[in-house]
Design a protein around this ligand. Structure first.
Ligand code: ARG
Length: 493
């Protein structure tokens, strides 16, 4: 005789282990077991308020649910012979309370709206953790940047020396990227935190359920208004996987730089030993393994995203069991992202940036030649393209002195620079790293004053974001406190 409470009347015969293991979502349901208890409690509080379930039955059931909430879902509920944790918990509850009470919990609902509610609650909590971590990372980037507003270094394009920037400017570029990742995650939260409860299997139910109430005490922002959409859609999962893929892609770029920067070729940074490994054979090695694995994580999360979205593709309305197979990919994709972000923050916070090496490279590779061309334009009225040709030819000839530039100017401009009043001192000052940086003081530029003002703005934005996520968290926990108060009241009636 099957143990599964859902199956036993309608279907006969035992299922083979292979069938059970294919069908059971128990492994992935470990992520939602505790949310399922909260969803059960909220549903029961609402059924009682609506006088759909009598207080005596509610009391018996609620006591068991509170025990599960406080001591954890018992191991029996996870028996893989149950199709899922919903069947497992209902079976355990029914065993404890008898069918008269236990058999009433599932009034007016289906596992379809139940699982969607659980997935959304757990995903919401994970997003909130990620949002907090992204704020911590941004704060670290801002603090490190603060100490390096005048640490000059080459900026690169095509990984070739391009123009001088500062380490602060470079780090602020990442801070901006991560602040957009924050925005995307927070925006996704808005679409995740919606209640499907009351949608039942697909066509809602004839019982007078109070959808708004269950939504509110579970901390959801709103209900999903269409009962078929509620149970059939997983775009909330696809969206967070997409957001996390982007976030990890950004992490991978920064890690790639830390890896290059910590190489003996470059030596811009020394990573703290705790983030590095050594070799089993080469005694000298200090490898940036944490940065490497963090760089690879985008691949894992993208894989989860592709799996999830491909599973949903082509599914007819409404619920299909395929949707269950998406859940392991969701958890695989999103559950370690908070850790990854925190590790990156720690790695940057403890890294030692090598100012001398950065300064040494800042003016190399012709990084200031753009400013020399710009000086010829600004002060000597030469068209930019001509100035670019003059300086470019001098670079090709291997010398940026007045004689070489004069020769190039005669070829491209028909007269020497000296004849226009350009002096060797003028050339040297235009080619200095300090000049190149200090004139780039537009908003968003690398000049120290522009970077200081960018830092101020970033700090203000970060403060707002930190408050926003903390308010969201407080609202959710206030709702869940209210749920527990109501649940305890029913248990003590
Ligand atoms: N374990 C299922 C899932 O994760 C729950 C819903 C099952 N519904 C059904 N009709 N079989 O999707």
């Amino acid at each position: 005789m099957t143990r599964d409470i859902v199956r036993k009347a309608r279907l006969s015969g035992e299922r083979t282990e292979d069938i059970e293991s294919l069908l059971s979502s128990m492994e992935a349901d470990k992520f939602i077991a505790s949310s399922d208890v909260l969803v059960d409690m909220a549903h029961l509080v609402m059924l009682t308020r609506q006088q759909i379930v009598h207080e005596d039955h509610a009391k018996t059931l609620m006591k068991e649910l509170l025990t599960m909430h406080e001591s954890g879902v018992p191991p029996d509920a996870f028996d893989p012979s149950y199709e899922d944790i919903h069947a497992g918990i209902e079976t355990v509850l029914t065993k404890k309370t008898g069918g008269d009470a236990g058999g009433r919990l599932h009034i007016g609902r289906s596992r379809n709206d139940e699982v969607a509610a659980c997935l959304r609650m757990r995903t919401r909590d994970i997003i909130i953790d990620q949002l907090e971590a992204v704020c911590r990372l941004r704060s670290v980037l801002l603090s490190v940047a603060e100490g390096h507003v005048t640490t000059v270094m080459p900026g690169f394009t095509h990984l070739q020396h391009a123009q001088p920037v500062t380490l602060a400017h470079h780090l602020l570029a990442y801070e901006q990227i991560f602040s957009r990742d924050y925005d995307r995650l927070f925006d996704a939260l808005h679409r995740v935190n919606c209640s499907p409860l009351g949608s039942a299997a697909l066509a809602s139910t004839g019982y007078p359920l109070d959808r708004m109430y269950t939504a509110r005490i579970l901390g959801f922002d709103r209900i999903l208004v269409n009962s078929m959409d509620s149970v059939a859609s997983r775009d909330f999962a696809e969206e967070i996987l997409a957001c996390d893929t982007m976030l990890l892609t950004h992490i991978s770029r920064l890690c790639e730089e830390l890896i290059i920067w910590s190489s003996s070729f470059v030596q811009f940074v020394v990573l703290d030993d705790r983030y590095c490994s050594t070799s089993s054979i080469m005694p000298q090695k200090k490898n940036p393994d944490v940065a490497e694995i963090l760089r690879s994580r985008a691949g894992t999360v993208l894989g989860a995203f592709v799996s999830a979205i491909t599973i949903v593709k082509g599914l007819a309305m409404a619920y299909n069991r395929d949707l269950q197979d998406l859940n392991p990919h969701l958890w695989r994709g999103i559950s370690n992202v908070r850790r990854d972000v925190d590790l990156l923050a720690g790695m940057i916070e403890t890294a030692e940036f090598n100012r001398e090496r950065m300064e040494e490279e800042a003016g190399k590779g012709g990084t200031t030649t753009t400013e020399l061309a710009d000086t010829l334009v600004r002060e000597f009225d030469i068209p930019f393209r001509t100035a670019h040709h003059i300086v470019g030819r001098a670079v090709r000839d291997g010398l940026l002195d007045l004689a070489t530039l004069d020769k190039a100017a005669e070829e491209f401009h028909g007269k020497s620079l000296s004849s226009l009043g350009v002096t060797q001192e003028k050339i040297e000052s235009a080619l200095s790293v300090e000049t190149s940086l200090s004139v780039r003081r537009l908003p968003g530029g690398p000049a120290p004053e522009a970077v200081r003002s960018a830092l101020d703005n970033c700090r203000k934005e970060l403060k707002k974001d930190v408050e926003q996520v903390s308010n969201k968290k407080l609202n959710i926990s206030a709702s869940l406190d209210e749920l527990l108060t109501q649940a305890r009241r029913i248990a003590q009636l």
